[in-house]
Ligand binder design. Structure first.
Ligand SMILES: *Cc1c(COP(=O)(O)O)cnc(C)c1O
Length: 366
């Protein structure tokens, strides 16, 4: 079976480097928030061109703690796209704030700045711009809105490690940026992990307290804290993979280029790319009319496509009612019926990709 993403292939390819790094941690005897986490935080921040990176337990926690660092709580509103991975929105709920779900742009699938502007109220405390599938959101316009209304701008970079906007990487395009290192992400650990990236040193210090009981370096609590730490094993794996990130990104782009070229004459909508940015191609998502038929056709051939996402957040029971404020979401609702993700990960072979292309072509041309 060819899967949509396949982190095991990456482990197998770099097994000796990863095993050596893990073995070193196991023998060191320090397992949580130690030297590997510190080194990873420094290397990750420097790779992004940011001042501070704070390792945490997951991408969801990264979003939650980023909002806590700005004191977002019950009674506040946070604007986010409904067309995203659910944790973008569940993290808002964790703070007690109300998610205000807005539509996405029909070509790029990222949060629509016009919809954001219309959704701003006196209770709006933050906007979460999600770089969906690896495509950088329309940051210039959103940054301007956030600045004008004195709202915190948060980037959800969980799908955008390595994406760039002009000469900057995703991760330095907002007040605060959140990453996930879930195994299938562009930079994936071998377990849960996440990071928050910020330039403001005071916010960075607050985040270090929030992730561990509210403690300062003398173990004195200054705020309501949590337990959201990154462990040494994950940090050492992430260090190995970070050193390979540029080659991973290159391979993702190469595979996307081949899909673009080989599928351009079929009656499907290929991913658009903004011309001022580099798509990180976490996912290669096309729009088709007969989705379930195509999905089953590919599955019969041994190709397991993905669907990101069959339901938008506002369509799920939890957020269908009063737990979220809804706006016009017709683009989102159309997308949930047509999107399908083709297999794409750095270790996908040319041969397997050719088979996927041929299978897709045979579905349309026979
Ligand atoms: C994966 C993901 C998250 C959550 O990350 P976890 O590490 O699974 O908690 C948040 N937002 C988006 C857009 C994601 O894709």
């Amino acid at each position: 079976m060819i899967y949509c993403s396949y982190p095991q292939a990456q482990y197998e390819k770099y097994k000796s480097e990863i095993d050596t790094a893990i073995q070193k941690v196991l023998s060191n005897g320090h397992y949580i928030l130690g030297k590997e986490v510190e080194a990873f935080e420094e290397e990750f921040a420097s790779w992004l061109g940011a001042k501070h990176a704070i390792g945490v337990n997951s991408g969801t926690d990264a979003l939650f703690l980023a909002m806590k660092a700005y004191d977002i709580c019950s009674g506040d509103e946070v604007i986010a796209p409904s067309f995203t991975a659910l944790p973008t929105v569940s993290a808002v709920g964790m703070t007690g704030a109300t998610p205000v779900l807005v539509d996405v742009d029909k070509d790029y699938y990222t949060i629509d700045p016009t919809a954001v502007e219309a959704a701003i109220t006196s209770r709006t405390k933050a906007i979460i711009a999600v770089h969906l599938y690896g495509q950088v959101a329309h940051m210039e316009k959103i940054r301007q809105l956030a600045h004008q209304h004195k709202i915190v701008l948060i980037e959800d970079c969980a799908q955008a490690h390595g994406a760039t906007f002009k000469e900057h990487k995703a991760g330095v395009l907002a007040d605060i940026s959140c990453f996930s290192f879930y195994p299938t992400k562009n930079l994936g650990a071998l377990g849960d992990g996440g990071a928050i990236v910020v330039n403001d040193s005071q916010v960075a210090t607050k985040l270090q307290q929030l992730r561990q009981y509210g403690w300062d370096e003398n173990r004195i609590a200054h705020c309501q804290g949590y337990n959201s730490r990154l462990d040494e094993v994950q940090a050492t794996v992430l260090r190995v993979k970070l050193s390979l990130m540029d080659s991973f990104s290159k391979r993702r782009t190469q595979l996307a280029d081949v899909y673009d070229k080989s599928l351009s004459d079929l009656p499907i909508v290929l991913p658009s790319r903004r011309n001022d940015s580099n798509h990180a191609f976490h996912l290669y998502v096309i729009q088709v009319e007969q989705r379930s038929k195509l999905y089953e056709y590919l599955k019969d051939k041994g190709i397991l496509a993905g669907i990101h996402y069959p339901q938008a957040c506002h369509q799920m029971p939890k957020y269908a009612g009063k737990d979220a404020i809804k706006t016009d979401l017709h683009i989102t609702e159309g997308l949930t019926e047509r999107v399908i993700s083709l297999p794409l990960y750095p270790e996908l072979s040319d041969k397997d990709q050719r088979f996927i292309v041929d299978s897709l072509r045979s579905f349309y041309i026979n």
